[in-house]
Design a protein. Structure first.
Lengths: 427, 177
């Protein structure tokens, strides 16, 4: 049986390149240039995957530069398990060295501060400029610091958001550890759309798990800017089963929408009512990462519209946007979604720059949530592009009342997924 | 996700250049399929029996389907590695590698290096609900016969990652790899 490696496939694609160039099949005129250049802004699940796959699959035919300020990336996914004491912090941290060494991605640890679409260059904080033939922007989210009175960027040092993982995650964990038994922890859940729809509710489970074993008299108050949430039946079941009497959830229509905070008094104000608490986790309303707006990729919603089939920007030529920053309805903002979108973008970029074969886009998401130690649930779907959106099909969700054995297996599956996707992104 | 603002840019319509590029992109996809089918026809011209496959590309509200007739020889039975579009399989496989990895561990089995027939049969069982893991049922139901064949051919072609497939199972599959 003949064995074909990815490298050989790359060469096969290269052969197709010559034939295709002769036949004049390519949509863009980059043939003849030494090596087409791709710049990827953002080294999270979307940008990391895109950079790796473009470099890996083109086997050196495309010059790929990844711009990411941080030398190490801390995943937001699974950071709730760290808060619950079920996952080590070090287990969340990944670097870019393997991606650079194994696939030839040039990783520039700098901040992208601007894009000149006419000159096709990216400006960096350090002063350098990077030229590109195709630009991939995956900046993740930023917070709307003006949405909650008193909750500017500096307020996160007192009431952490912990919704970009790293020091903020550790801060919340240390505050929970310092809190006395019998204290009140408040979580403010944001309005849609936001990163990881089940994230706040998994976090509640994980913090409740920590309280149950360390501070069993403590309370959790959830102020929600929505009236319902992802996997609600599953989370509610878990709250009642594992943590009876500990958690109070207040939806928007019953006074859950947070309007203001008072850092000195440790007070959170919602619908005129002042809630005095011991630890507050404010997850603010969100928008696309800053560079997306600077680069002209956002619309009036603060998010980036995309062409559903390719995740190309309809606003700017030769530019793709990925992951949490996009409006990809009905695809949720998740690491899995970003990773899936990145592979379609990688395929499309290679096709446009080297004439490699184009295939129909495929989009998927699966999202696991831990509700207690050894008990996880999941939701997932495939997505197909239509003119206006990505439409879910063949979706599934865990059921309430599932056996403990199945839930344990689902948690094992989630752990294996974490290992799989982080390797898929960073290695 | 009801509150997500739907649709494309509001107030800033894509220019004519953008529309042209999108049209060119779709045209090139179709061209690609056609030329590839031709290659396969030539390569397999000597095959005694031709069976047909179908490939749908959904685009836009109107669900315009691009269909291609793919020639696949019965060489299939005699030389299993020949059947299945490995390059297409490599692309499809990037869906799988979000979770499955060589070496593997508890929870999600490794699949690289599995025999082609085993992968195709497992996917059929997920499609039919004979295997119960809902994630894999969802994946399998998004794939047509040609895609499954391509995937199976690709994974079977991988040299590394051959693991005892009985060592790990999917959640809910009752011990099946």
């Amino acid at each position: 049986m003949s064995k074909v490696t990815r490298r050989e496939l790359g060469r096969l694609a290269g052969g197709g390149l010559a034939a295709g160039a002769a036949a004049g099949l390519f949509p863009t005129g980059v043939i003849g240039q030494a090596r087409p250049r791709v710049v990827v802004i953002g080294g999270g699940p979307g940008g990391g995957t895109a950079a790796k796959y473009i470099a890996m699959e083109s086997d050196g035919a495309i010059d790929v530069t990844l711009v990411e300020p941080q030398r190490q990336y801390t995943t937001c996914f699974y950071s709730n398990l760290y808060l619950g004491g079920l996952w080590p912090f070090e287990g969340l941290v990944h670097d870019y060295e393997t991606m650079a060494a194994r696939h030839g991605v040039r990783v520039v640890h700098d901040l992208a501060t601007g894009v000149d679409h006419d000159a096709r260059t990216v400006r960096l904080w350090g002063g350098d400029e990077l030229s590109y033939d195709r630009l991939v922007v995956a900046p993740g989210i930023d917070f709307r610091w003006d949405a909650i009175e008193g909750y500017g960027a500096e307020a996160a040092a007192v009431m952490p958001h912990s919704y970009k993982a790293g020091p903020q995650t550790r801060l919340l964990k240390s505050q929970l550890e310092a809190m006395e038994d019998g204290g009140t922890f408040l979580l403010s859940a944001p309005p849609m759309p936001y990163r990881c729809p089940p994230g706040p509710y998994e976090r509640i489970c994980m913090i409740a798990w920590y309280f149950k074993s360390h501070k069993p008299n403590s309370k959790i108050l959830v102020l929600d800017s929505k009236g319902s949430f992802s996997k609600q039946a599953l989370f509610t079941e878990a709250w009642n089963t594992y943590y009876p009497g500990m958690i109070e959830w207040i939806p928007a229509e019953l006074g859950g929408a947070v309007e203001a905070v008072d850092l000195d008094e440790m007070v959170v104000v919602a619908d005129g009512e002042r809630h005095r608490v011991d630890v507050a986790n404010i997850i603010p309303p969100q928008r696309a990462g800053r560079i997306a707006e600077v680069a002209g990729l956002t619309d009036e919603t603060g998010w980036c519209p995309v062409v559903p089939e390719t995740f190309a920007s309809p606003l700017v030529d030769d530019t793709f946007v990925l992951g949490d920053a996009t409006i990809a309805t009905e695809m949720p903002k998740s690491a899995f979604s970003a990773n899936s979108q990145a592979k379609v973008v990688a395929m499309t970029v290679r096709h446009e720059l080297t004439g490699s074969r184009a295939f129909p886009p495929r989009f998927r998401n699966t999202c696991w949530s831990s509700v207690a130690d050894g008990d996880a649930v999941k939701i997932g779907a495939n997505y197909r592009p239509t003119e206006e959106r990505l439409e879910a099909f063949e979706g599934f969700i865990s059921e309430t009342g599932e056996s403990g054995q199945l839930r344990r297996e689902t948690r094992e599956e989630a752990d294996a997924w974490y290992a799989g996707i982080t390797e898929d992104i960073f290695a | 996700m009801g509150s997500v603002v739907k649709g494309r840019a509001i107030g800033r319509e894509p220019g004519p250049g953008r529309q042209a590029r999108r049209r060119a992109y779709h045209a090139s996809i179709q061209m690609n399929f056609c030329t590839h089918s031709l290659e396969m026809w030539l390569a397999l011209a000597a095959s005694p029996i031709i069976i047909r496959g179908r490939f749908g590309v959904s685009r836009g509200r109107g669900e315009v389907h691009v269909r291609r007739w793919v020639a696949m020889g019965v060489a299939l039975a005699a030389w299993p590695a020949v059947a299945g579009d490995i390059e297409y399989g490599a692309y499809l496989a990037s869906d799988c590698t979000s979770c499955h990895r060589p070496g593997g561990e508890r929870g999600i089995p490794p699949i690289a290096g599995l025999p082609q027939g085993a992968i195709a049969e497992a996917m059929r069982q997920y499609r039919e609900g004979e295997r119960r893991n809902p994630t894999m049922q969802s994946v399998a139901r998004s794939l047509g016969p040609e895609e499954i064949e391509a995937l199976a051919a690709y994974f079977a072609s991988l040299e590394d990652g051959r693991i005892d497939s009985g060592s790990t199972t999917h959640a809910g599959d009752g011990g099946k790899p």
